[in-house]
Design a protein around this ligand. Structure first.
Ligand code: AMP
Ligand code: MG
Length: 401
C-alpha cells in the first residue's frame, strides 16, 4: 500500500525539529524566529525632544498675539542646549533636538514670524503645556521587554534592535539546504545539449524554491549516475541541514540514489507516495551524535520535483526555521470547464485559479516533463480515484502555490 500525502506528511513531521538557536548579526536575521527575550538598554527617546522645527518657550508667556520673545540660541538635532529659557525669551529648536531647561512647549515655525535677527513673534494663542514635546522614555523605557522569544523578525524589528543597541541576536537560523541534480543526460544551462542530452532545469528550480521558502540553497551541481560520484556529492550534501536530490529514485537501472543514501547511513523513512506526479519520492534522515540531515530524493521530472517540494519539503524548511509545519494551502474552487480526468492515482493537475471569482481552469498539460505549462499555473487541482468526467461549475479541491 502506497502512503497517502497526509500519512507521508505525518511521518516527515515526526522526524524533524526546529534547529538549535544561534547568535547572528541582526543584519543577517531578517525573517528569522527570535530565540531570546530582548530588553531595551535605553530610554527612547533618551531626552525630552522637540517633534517640530520651531521655538521652545514658556507657554504662560504667550498671552497676546503676537507675543515677541528674545531668541537665546539655536539648537539643532545632535546639539545640547546651553542656556535656560526665562520669561520673555525662547530658543530656536529643530526636530529631534533636546528641550532646553525652563521651557514647557514648542511652537512650530509656521506659526511664528521673524521681525529681526534677535526676536521672534509668536502667533499662536495660548500654546498647550507640553505641546510638540516627546518626553524621555515615552516610546521605551530602559530594561523594558521589547521583543519576545518566538517573534519573527521583520524589517521593523531590525530597526528596533538597532534603536536599542542590539547588533547580535539569538535566533533560529535559516536551514541550509544542499541541492543535487542527478542524471547522465544533464548539461548545464549555458551548454547546447548533445544527442540524448537535456539541460538541467531542476537545480535552478529547486534552489529558487529553497530561497523562497526561507532556506539557504547550496547548489552541488550535477551528479552523474555512478555510485562513486553520487556518494561523494551526497556525502558533501549530508553536512547541511537538508539534502534535496532530484532524479535517480525510480525503478530504472541507473536509479542509484536509495542505495547510495542507505550506504552513507541515511535511514529510509518511506519510499513512494500515492501521488501523480511524484510517486517515487524517497524520504530519510541521517542521525549521528554530532549532526542531523533530512534527506529528500525527488523524482527527476521538473514538475514532479516542484510538486514534491511544495507538498513535502517546504513544511520541513519552515519547521527547521522554528515556524509551524504547515502543508500547502488548500481551498475549494469552481471549475470553469468540463474536464475529463483519466485517473487511477491521486493527481495534482496544474491549473489557473482566479482568487476574485474563486474559479479554477485546468491547463492543457503534457505531463511531468512539461514545465512550460506551469508558467501559467498558480494552483493544482486535486483529482481522486478513478477516471471520470467533471462538469463545468463543479466544486473541486485546489492547492495554491
Ligand atoms: P529520473 O527520476 O532520474 O528517472 O528522471 C525522470 C525524468 O526527469 C527523465 O526524463 C530525466 O531526464 C528528467 N530529469 C531528471 N533530472 C532532471 C533535471 N535536473 N532537469 C530536467 N529534467 C530532469
Ligand atoms: Mg535519472
Amino acid at each position: 500500500m502506497l502512503l497517502e500525502i497526509e500519512q507521508a506528511l505525518e511521518r516527515i513531521n515526526a522526524v524533524c525539529d526546529s534547529l538549535p538557536a544561534q547568535t547572528l548579526p541582526a543584519s543577517n536575521a531578517l525573517h528569522c524566529i527570535l530565540a531570546e527575550h530582548v530588553y531595551s538598554d535605553i530610554d527612547s527617546p533618551p531626552h525630552d525632544k522637540s517633534i517640530v522645527d520651531g521655538y521652545a518657550l514658556r507657554a504662560e508667556d504667550c498671552t497676546t498675539v503676537p507675543t515677541v520673545l528674545k531668541i537665546l540660541e539655536e539648537i539643532t538635532a545632535g546639539q545640547v542646549p546651553t542656556l535656560t529659557v526665562t520669561s520673555g525669551t525662547a530658543t530656536r529648536i529643530m526636530t529631534g533636538a533636546p528641550i532646553p531647561n525652563g521651557t514647557n512647549a514648542v511652537v512650530m515655525v509656521e506659526k511664528t514670524e521673524l521681525p529681526n535677527e534677535q526676536e521672534i513673534a509668536i502667533h499662536e494663542v495660548a500654546p498647550r503645556v507640553g505641546q510638540n514635546i516627546m518626553r524621555k522614555g515615552t516610546s521605551l523605557q530602559c530594561g523594558q521587554l521589547v521583543l519576545e522569544t518566538g517573534k519573527q523578525l521583520r524589517s521593523i524589528e531590525l530597526g528596533l534592535l538597532a534603536e536599542i543597541g542590539r547588533v547580535n541576536v539569538q535566533v533560529i537560523p535559516q536551514p541550509r539546504v544542499a541541492v543535487l541534480a542527478t542524471g547522465n543526460e544533464l548539461v548545464e544551462a549555458q551548454n547546447k545539449p548533445g544527442a540524448g542530452e537535456i539541460r538541467n532545469s531542476n537545480s535552478p528550480l529547486l534552489c529558487g524554491l529553497v530561497q523562497a521558502a526561507g532556506g539557504v540553497a547550496i547548489d552541488l551541481g550535477i551528479g552523474r549516475d555512478n555510485v562513486a560520484h553520487l556518494q561523494s556529492l551526497c556525502a558533501a550534501g549530508l553536512r547541511e541541514n537538508v539534502l534535496v536530490i532530484s532524479g535517480g529514485v525510480s525503478a530504472g537501472v541507473l536509479d542509484l540514489i536509495p542505495h547510495v543514501l542507505t550506504d552513507l547511513g541515511v535511514q529510509c523513512v518511506f519510499h513512494k507516495v500515492n501521488l501523480k506526479p511524484g510517486k517515487p519520492l524517497w524520504f530519510g534522515k541521517l542521525t549521528t551524535p554530532q549532526h542531523e540531515c533530512i534527506v529528500f530524493g525527488l523524482p527527476g521530472n521538473p514538475v514532479s520535483s516542484l510538486v514534491c517540494f511544495e507538498l513535502f519539503v517546504r513544511p520541513v524548511l519552515q519547521k527547521l526555521a522554528g515556524k509551524s509545519f504547515c502543508g500547502m494551502q488548500m481551498c475549494h474552487a469552481t471549475l470553469t470547464t468540463e474536464f475529463v480526468y483519466r485517473g487511477g492515482r491521486r493527481t495534482l493537475h496544474p491549473a489557473k485559479f482566479n482568487s476574485e471569482t474563486k474559479q479554477v481552469t485546468p491547463l492543457t498539460w503534457r505531463g511531468s516533463g512539461d514545465l512550460f505549462t506551469l508558467t501559467h499555473a498558480n494552483a493544482f487541482i486535486e483529482f481522486q480515484g478513478d477516471a471520470r468526467t467533471l462538469t463545468c461549475g463543479q466544486q473541486v479541491n485546489i492547492y495554491l502555490f
